[in-house]
Write a protein that binds this ligand. Structure first.
Ligand SMILES: [Zn+2]
Length: 294
């Protein structure tokens, strides 16, 4: 009986802590976004820890806040396959769209692994519409050198060049992608991180352009859904995007647009994946030493 009562108390306390963390993350979003949207306040060396109060935010006067919020931010999400955008990044896209950010998507393949490229292209456009990315902001690369195949090593140089061209063409100031472990370890995911880190470290990105990589979490944490939130709260990150029930329903709707991929375990993923409710990112250090000023 004692063990049972203790177990119930621990469970209740854990559920309360989830609610607390969720509310704190939601409260912190405007402060976090102020910092992200103003490159003068950002940098890889200024790591954000959600459990620490960000005192410098309160130093911004109202004029500065208006200026930072009215800045037209263009964000670029770089993915490898149709469905990456909602499967791994839905909370981020929804939060950015909600914050009036002009979100662009660069998907580096048509997802033609099972010769379903044309269908998957349509599914991707449907998913983006649900998430709030207009179709004219979606670019799907169809390059024979970039097949949807984990056994084929994509050229880092080619990807770097495609991403850089996109950043310059659309005046992108915020780039988001996978980290070095690519969430699922897929080679097509990890190579994007390599290409972006190369661009960032070689000083080839435009001045003020920031890069964030999505944290890959362990498989246990990955399938705990909202029960994982207290763990993320205790770990440092530079950007956290968390969504509520209504936004989750949109993320789910976007996932359901990918009819060709709706196998049974994908449905379980929608129910249990923590990436469906929350994303945490790390800033990638950006060198600007070689950038020319005109
Ligand atoms: Zn993928």
């Amino acid at each position: 009986m004692f063990v049972f009562v203790t177990g119930v108390c621990v469970l209740v306390a854990y559920i309360v802590s989830i609610k607390f963390v969720y509310c704190r993350y939601r409260q912190l979003w405007p402060h976090m976004w102020d910092k992200i949207s103003n490159p003068l306040h950002t940098g890889a060396n200024k790591q954000f820890s959600p459990t620490q109060e960000r005192s410098d935010v309160h130093l911004l006067n109202s004029e500065e806040k208006v200026r930072t919020r009215s800045t037209g931010i263009r964000a670029l999400l770089v993915t490898a396959h149709p469905d990456d955008e909602c499967m791994f990044f839905a909370p981020t896209v929804l939060k950015l769209v909600e914050s009036k950010v002009d979100v662009h998507l660069l998907c580096l393949s048509t997802g033609n692994y099972n010769n379903q490229g044309p269908q998957r292209r349509k599914e991707l456009l449907g998913s983006c519409t649900v998430l709030g990315i207009p179709s004219h902001n979606v670019t799907i690369t169809d390059n024979k050198e970039l097949p949807d195949d984990p056994t084929v090593q994509w050229s880092t140089a080619l990807i770097s060049s495609l991403i850089l061209k996109h950043i310059k063409n659309y005046t992108i100031s915020l780039v988001l992608t996978f980290d070095g472990r690519g969430v699922s370890g897929h080679a097509n995911h990890t190579v994007i991180y390599k290409a972006l880190s190369h661009l960032a470290s070689s000083g080839r990105l435009p001045l003020g352009c920031q890069v964030f990589s999505l944290h890959t979490i362990s498989i246990l944490r990955k399938y705990l859904s909202v029960f994982e939130l207290p763990v993320s709260w205790l770990l440092p990150s530079d950007l956290c995007c968390i969504i509520g029930w209504e936004e989750y329903k949109r993320a789910k709707k976007a996932m359901l647009c990918h009819h060709s991929q709706l196998v049974w375990f994908r449905r379980l993923y929608i129910l249990f994946s923590r990436y469906m409710v929350m994303n945490t990112f790390q800033a990638v250090a950006v060198e600007t030493k070689n950038v020319k000023m005109y």
